[in-house]
Design a protein around this ligand. Structure first.
Ligand SMILES: [Ca+2]
Length: 446
């Protein structure tokens, strides 16, 4: 952490040098010849690539404002600095990465980096350690910044990353990276994706993420630290996924927020109730936790529960999540009187749990019930739903899988409120149309 702190300080000191930027970008012109300057070697070049090809490790190269139509391969340990953030534009062809970084200790700062391919090629592709990608604008790439498996200990800070086809920042099996203070919006999939068992000990801090398909997603990775990240208006703001217990062991602070509400990611907690302001809930290796009366929406999971025992979820609304409830290797969980509304997958589990509270207390409301069981009725009652007369529970169970079902799915009140007037209106309309047809037949009014 000490080294990372020094890096942050260094960047803050260098910022005024980078930010000779007006708020209103000026017209971008193709650079004059010799617009790229190796200030260490006191040499000038016409392209960034030419400057790199003639550089030595440790050189600092500054590019004047202008449009650089280049796919840059960085095979020296150099610092590349754009003179004007908005107007020093690396405009890649769309046939390769804008910056393909094939050495360690490379810095790329204060550029606009754009590609012409949102499907395949990256803004900055790091294959080696100790890179520094800071204060850039990265747009129109597939992923903005990709930290690949052989890279580590990189610093990605203060970038504006938007309008990329897939990810904003993708960390794949790469460790010890610091990703801080980036503003990421409008990406086709994850704003920040941490993926793979080798993606650990990363610090993800103070990033602002909005209008992406997914906000932050941590997949099969452990020992990462997430703090003070703001996720707003993403379709699925936050999610953690894994198979083994170790995959879920990350430090995720409550100062991470989803649409202004805190993320509660509890590990090894016992006999507690989740606070009422929760925006996301992850329960890991915990027992006796109650989740009650919450409105959990627009996350990868409404609730993530992994390796837990003896927990209760009741009187909650899970809406517009990818998974409403994701219950992994957890036993003795009772899930009842919840409202599962329009989650892409309402509930998923690999364990066996109770999805109702017995009869006559009942189970949950499932928004897709009539979609799944279009001929469902509520004409019976009783523990076996075999006695005449309705009771407010559908007469057949809501099946989650072979081992999990809600035996007493609740008939939502709006079903009767809406269906009855609809029935009356439809019947009356049919009668009126029929009578008019009869009248026309009688009087030959055509
Ligand atoms: Ca019934």
């Amino acid at each position: 952490m000490g080294r990372k702190f020094v890096l942050v300080l260094t960047l803050l000191v260098l910022m005024p040098l980078f930010l000779r930027v007006g708020l209103n970008p000026t017209e971008v012109k193709t650079p004059n010849s010799y617009s790229v300057h190796n200030i260490t070697a006191a040499q000038n070049y016409t392209t960034i690539q030419e400057a790199i090809n003639n550089a030595s490790d440790g050189d600092i190269i500054v590019a004047d404002a202008g449009l650089y139509n280049e796919d840059v391969i960085v095979n020296r340990s150099v610092s590349l600095i754009g003179k004007e953030r908005y107007n020093t534009i690396v405009n890649a062809s769309g046939k390769y990465h804008a910056f393909d970084i094939k050495r360690n200790n490379v810095t790329i700062a204060n550029f606009t980096i754009q590609n012409n391919n949102k499907d395949f090629f990256y803004g900055a592709y790091l294959r080696y350690p100790n890179g520094n990608i800071s204060y850039n604008i990265v747009r129109n790439c597939s992923s903005g910044v990709f930290l690949d498996a052989n890279s580590k200990n990189n610093f990605v800070a203060g970038n504006e990353i938007f309008s990329n086809g897939k990810r904003g920042i993708w960390v794949y099996n790469s460790s010890d990276n610091t990703i801080v203070g980036n503003n990421i919006s409008s990406c086709g999939s994850e704003a920040i994706l941490i993926r793979g068992t080798g993606a650990k000990d990363n610090v993800i801090q103070g990033n602002t993420i909005s209008n992406c398909q997914k906000g932050i997603y941590v997949d099969l990775s452990n020992s990462n630290i997430l703090s003070d990240n703001t996720m707003l208006n993403n379709q699925y703001n936050f999610g953690v996924m894994g198979t083994e217990l170790s995959h879920f062991v990350n430090q995720i602070d409550t100062n991470n927020t989803v649409n202004g509400k805190p993320v509660y990611y509890w590990i090894n907690q016992h006999s507690k109730t989740v606070p009422s302001d929760a925006g996301y809930i992850g329960l890991i290796n915990s027992t006796g936790i109650t989740i009650e009366g919450l409105n959990l929406k627009n996350n990868s999971q409404g609730v993530l529960m992994a390796f837990c025992d003896n927990c209760i979820m009741r009187n909650n609304t899970f809406a517009f999540n990818y998974w409403g409830a994701y219950i992994h290797s957890s036993d003795n969980v009772k899930i009842y009187h919840n409202n599962f509304t329009s989650n892409y997958i309402q509930a998923a589990t690999n364990s066996v749990n109770a999805w109702d509270n017995g009869y006559p207390s009942g189970g949950n409301i499932w928004s897709d019930f009539l979609e799944r069981y279009p001929n469902a009725t509520d004409e019976k009652n009783g523990p076996y739903q075999n006695q005449t007369g309705s009771d407010g529970f559908w007469d057949n169970a809501y099946v989650i899988d072979d081992y999990n079902k809600d035996s007493y799915p609740i008939v939502p009140e709006f079903t009767s409120i809406i269906i009855m007037p609809l029935f009356i209106v439809t019947t009356l309309s049919t009668i009126i149309i029929y009578k008019r047809k009869q009248q026309r037949k009688q009087c030959f009014c055509w």
